[in-house]
Every structure is written in C-alpha cells, then in structure tokens.
Design a protein around this ligand. Structure first.
Ligand code: FNR
Length: 361
C-alpha cells in the first residue's frame, strides 16, 4: 500500500496507537492519576521561546557530543522502558541494533523482555548503560550488577522514583499484564521461590525495596566500579545530595509522568538542578522530548544529553530496528535544523542559555 512518509515523531505515535492492541497502547501511554505531569512534560516546551542569532555561517554543522567521556552522534539517547517485545517481536534486540547503527546511548531497562545477554549479542559494539532497581533481596541486585558489568555495560542508572508503582488508571481497568509468552527475561526463575502469588504486569509484586535511601548509594558503589547515574531527581536539594554521594550523573526525570502526578515538568525542574550542580557532574533529562527544538531547549538550559522513552517504542511498533532508526534520524535532522535556524550554532558546545528568552518564562 502507498503510505504517507513519516515526517515527525507524532506520526509514529499515531501509527502505534492505531496498530497496537488497546491494552498495550494504554500501558505505554499511561501517566499517573490525572496525567497532569505527563502532559505538562510536553506543554512546558511550548512555553519556552528562543532568541535566534543570525549571520553566523551555519553551512557546516556538527551534532556530536559526549556522555561520560564517550562520543555519541547527537545528544539524544534511549531512556529505559519496559517490555519492548510488546511493540515488536524481537523487542530490545531491535532497539540495540538501531542504537548501535546510529551510535547513541541505549539505557536497557531492568524490565526488558530480552535478556541482557541477548541484547549484547544482537549489537556487540553498541554503547549501553543498564537501568537498575534495588530489590528487597539485595542478592538479586548484586547478581544483575555483576552480570551487566561483565557484559560490557558502561554505567548503572539507578531509578529512584519508584518506591511503589504509580497509579495508572487504564492499566487497572484493563488488568494489564504481560502475555504468557513474554517474560522479564533477566530474572527468569530468580523470584520464583519468594513469590507464588499474584503477579503484577508479569513482574513479581513487592520485589522492589521501598526502604532504599541515600546510604544505599554507598552500598551500590561498593559492588561495582561502574559509574552510577541517578534517574528521577527533580529538586536542587536532591541534586546536591547526589553530588555529595559521589555519583557521576543525574537524569532529571519524572518517569514520563507515570509516578507522582503533580510534580514539575522535567524541563521546568532542570534549571535549579543545573545551577546547583555547577558542572561537577553531568546532568541529563528525559520526558516530553518530541522535536529537535525540544532537544535544543534542554541543552540550552544545561542538559548534557536527553533521552526519549515513548517515541522509541513508537518507532519499534512501526518497523522494529528500521522504525527506531527513522525516529532517531528525524530527531537528528530536526535538531540540526533548529541549531542552525534558531541558534546559529555550528556545534553543540555553542548551545547556551543566551538562546532562551527568560523574560517569557
Ligand atoms: C518507562 N520508564 C521507565 N523508567 C525506568 O527507569 N525503568 C523502566 O523500566 C521504565 N519503564 C517505562 C515503561 C514505559 C512504557 C514508559 C513510557 C516509561 C520511564 C522512562 O525511562 C522515561 O523516564 C520516560 O519515558 C520519559 O518520558 P517520555 O520520553 O516517554 O515522554
């Protein structure tokens, strides 16, 4: 059939909404409660205006940057999201291939539906970080840390905004759970002795430890030599604590609005965090990135790199590896264009706060 070309990320969103089973779509789209924070993640970008500079010779432009000292092709990586096999048959293996081909960072979710071994085998030269939760049974966390370290993952991303899972209304209405042919493969068999009862989402319930606190950062550091990045920071107070605890980076994130409803849009929280951190560690951001100018605004406000969650899943739902490559290519093209048009920037190091019209904020 003749199809319209995919032009922007929302074209992939529409495709995914039309083609995925309703319960799967609802799970990916979900925000907590009334979805105010989920929606504000996007709306907040529309409130920010740029101060474009002209006549700066933008005939050549370079979107490359580094994260933790490693070069990536442009400042957009893949945020950790669960269950890619619901969107595309070989799920995370396609995600790994697409990100390897594009040369950007893929944060593998703990709740992947392919094992970390399968993911690494699918794209042996990809640059990857592993997203971690802390389990009540610390041995489970310890084992997965050692496993991913041995597999060549380059950093651990500790997600700190899920002491409990947020209340996502449609998932409750749909009684959403993983279909029987899919599993959280990294933990095949691990929890079986402890949990014989109900499973939420196909993941054993009550396995995450809600008692985790700052001292557990030291525990994690004692297990590994990998850099540690804390995902889910939204205030200057916690940013300062993160620096004091010796982590290497922060991801300003509200979990795509799936946890606390009523918290800030991530782009609105970024500035106080960047001002507190003062370059001591790298600050990244995720949530609501849908266009190249969103990426530009986040970098102008001090993010070193941003990550996309749902748009990556829409790309997979469209055409697996190829679909995700297309999503990343479109975002790269848009980012390059807004660098030139809005910013007169030839490379990412020229992106700074002067691009933001603060009087409008
Ligand atoms: C997530 N997110 C997430 N975060 C995490 O640390 N571990 C995880 O397993 C998941 N799983 C997950 C599933 C789905 C379906 C979504 C949409 C999100 C949060 C994710 O990393 C990121 O913070 C947001 O998705 C960013 O917002 P956008 O880009 O989706 O707007």
């Amino acid at each position: 059939c003749t199809k319209m070309p995919m032009v922007c990320l929302t074209d992939f969103e529409e495709y995914a909404k039309e083609h995925l089973p309703k319960a799967t779509w609802d799970y990916y789209a979900a925000g907590a409660d009334e979805c105010c924070t989920r929606d504000d993640n996007l709306l907040a970008y529309k409130r920010i205006r740029l101060r474009p500079r002209m006549l700066r010779d933008v005939s050549v432009s370079d979107t490359r940057t580094t994260v933790l000292g490693t070069e990536i092709s442009f400042p957009v990586g893949i945020a950790p999201t669960a269950f890619h096999c619901l969107a595309w048959p070989d799920g995370e293996m396609s995600t790994a291939r697409a990100t390897e081909a594009v040369n950007t960072c893929y944060i593998t979710s703990t709740y992947s539906t392919c094992s970390v071994e399968e993911i690494v085998a699918a794209a042996p030269n990809g640059y990857r970080w592993f997203q971690l939760y802390v389990y009540r049974n610390r041995k489970v966390s310890e084992q997965i840390v050692h496993r991913v370290e041995a597999l060549g993952y380059k950093a651990l991303v500790l997600t700190v905004d899920v002491p409990y899972t947020g209340k996502r209304r449609n998932d409750i209405r749909n009684q959403f759970r993983l279909p029987p042919h899919l599993k959280v493969k990294n933990f095949d068999g691990v929890f079986e002795q402890e949990n014989s009862g109900l499973e939420e989402y196909g993941v054993p319930p009550n396995t995450l430890d809600p008692s985790i606190s700052w001292k557990d950062i030291y525990w994690l550091q004692s297990l590994t030599r990998l850099p540690i990045i804390i995902k889910g920071i939204l205030t200057k107070e916690d940013a300062e604590l993160a620096v004091e605890h010796g982590v290497q980076g922060i991801i300003v994130s509200n979990h795509g609005g799936r946890q606390l409803d009523g918290g800030p849009a991530t782009i609105d929280a970024l500035l106080e965090i960047v001002d507190t951190v003062q370059g001591r560690i790298e600050v990244y951001l995720d949530g609501g990135i849908r266009t190249g100018s969103d990426v530009l605004k986040a970098l102008a406000l001090g993010a070193k790199c941003v990550f996309i969650g749902r748009p990556a899943i829409w790309g997979l739902a469209y055409k697996g590896e190829e679909g995700l490559r297309e999503v990343l290519q479109i975002l790269n093209d848009e980012f390059r264009l807004s660098m030139a048009l809005a910013a007169g920037c030839r490379n990412v190091s020229e992106i700074n706060r002067n691009l933001i019209q603060f009087s409008k904020l």
